[in-house]
Design a protein around this ligand. Structure first.
Ligand SMILES: [Zn+2]
Length: 99
């Protein structure tokens, strides 16, 4: 589905379905930030209440996680958003000559 990290291919390699009709825009990063934010807040509360770690531990763990986790999640989330738009015939999906 992707021809680069987050660049959606023009069409499906297998069936030729056009994929360039999607309008994912800022929705995938929004979802990634929401998921990672909830994970990190829960982890921070756990670290504080159970292990009573120092402030630098948060700096050394939460900052890398806050950068790495969204980068890892974004392709899957964007693929899901594009698939959702395709399945619901949004933005021209399903109106091509194949239907
Ligand atoms: Zn296909």
């Amino acid at each position: 589905m992707f021809r680069a990290y987050l660049k959606v291919a023009e069409e499906c390699d297998v069936c030729g379905e056009p994929l360039n009709l999607h309008r994912a825009d800022d929705f995938p990063p929004y979802i990634a930030i929401m998921i990672v934010g909830h994970l990190l807040v829960g982890l921070m509360l756990h670290l504080d209440m159970v292990w009573h770690v120092g402030p630098l531990t948060y700096l050394y763990t939460m900052v890398p996680l806050g950068v790495i986790l969204p980068i890892l999640m974004l392709p899957s989330i964007k693929g899901a958003i594009v698939g959702l738009q395709w399945a619901n015939h949004m933005y021209g999906f399903g109106t091509g000559q194949r239907d």
